[in-house]
Design a protein around this ligand. Sequence first.
Ligand code: SF4
Ligand code: SF4
Length: 498
Amino acid sequence: MAAAPFATPQLKGYPVIPLVQQGAMAHSKPFVASAPIQKALGFPEELVENWQDKAIAKMGELLGKYRSLRVYMDTCVHCGACSDKCHYFLGTGDPKNMPVARQDLMRKVYRRYFTFAGKYFPWLVGAVDLTKEVLDDWYSYYNQCSECRRCSVFCPYGIDTAEVTMAAREIMASVGQGQKYSNEIIGKVHRIGNNLGIPAKALENTLEGLEEDTKEATGVDVRFPLNVKGAEVLLVTPSADFFSEPHVESLIGYAKVFHAAGISWTLSSHASEAGNFGLFIGNYDQMRDISMRVREAALELGVKRIIVGECGHAWRVAYNFWNTLIGPFDFLDQRYPVPQHICECTYDLIQRGALTFDREANDGRIITFHDSCNVARASRMGGMPGGQFIIPRAIIKAVANHFHDMAPETIREQTFCCGGGGGLLTDDLMELRVKGALPRMEALKSVVDEHGVNFMATICAICKAQFSKVLPSYGFEMEMIGGVHQLVGTAIRLGSPK
Ligand code: SF4
Ligand code: SF4
């Protein structure tokens, strides 16, 4: 069924809090996962008969397991500090896209079944039964949250709406109401090893093609090795890096860095995906099973370091969860961060003078940097406070002459989501994706108008894919988006390492 047409919001010169439009996005829902997709992940194939009881039981289980969830349910004082901080509210005006209202969809049900007042005096505390209508609202609005955590930066209690969204999605999947896009991708990783479903042979051919292309462009034999036992580094990168534009340009950049620094490295066909959609559906079992492929590949290949490519949520999973889910990593070289981000690796080499650049090669680009949510608000780099903001910018400035940051309230900890994160990068949510990109597009327009910016660098595969799609809706060139290592790859000198 074709999606209904919608109007792209107008870019304004300054941020405007929209007028509230009740139900403006009530129609927005991603496709529900089909029976085979659900079954492959061990979830019920369709909405189970006694779904209310099962959903409440699952909610009870999560409240018991995650103390944070119960605290978030109990502590909100409805101060409203978060209400105008979500890009989906700013882009759509739908009041249920205010973070507090999104949380309240679950909080009302929590009160009804898990608090004394809600059980006996529901009308006094705004408690509601979990009806089919409520479940439908959950499905719609918990799939209008990219789990970006911007709202939590402004909440005086640090309430994390992303965790509430993850819990809601986990409850829904457990009663047979999973989301097609994310669950289908997770199934592909289990079967084939990556989100795009690229078989090992196709990956091998692609990497051979990249070697030929790079040789033709540079005259240098830059390798793109696969499944090489005894390599020092295992690179785990989003599978979009193998095929999509502009992602592949960053893969070429990583390969050039390893070549120039004389580091032996390999990709793995078993762990050919850094992304981990288990995070998006709030399911730690899925997250662990997907991550485990990386540990297995590292042991099988006998590498000494694991480096993660440009992917926001992959870095969050690696940085926050790998040690707990698939550690210990005592078999790796402890002189390097475990795991290490490709930006940490490149930055370290720059600091040590191991790489040289022709910055003028990027002179056609006037660059800004989009901080990706999962890197900005859920991880660090370089073992220093704010390293995740400092390091990518330092790399850009080392390889290019023209850089301008966007407005301070739209970058670093306060960065706006691209609009397609958290399992929402699907065509059935295009209206949400375009409207949710509005705050970033307005900030971009300011630096375009003021400084002539023509390139927005980022270190996230989802941001790259999302912006490629939505930039033209706002009158920008699709080619404006690219990776930090795309810039590195343009400027790097491929001589022998110093
Ligand atoms: S986590 Fe992000 S997308 Fe979700 S409600 Fe908060 S600001 Fe909006
Ligand atoms: S800022 Fe925090 S306490 Fe205030 S309404 Fe939002 S979630 Fe509730």
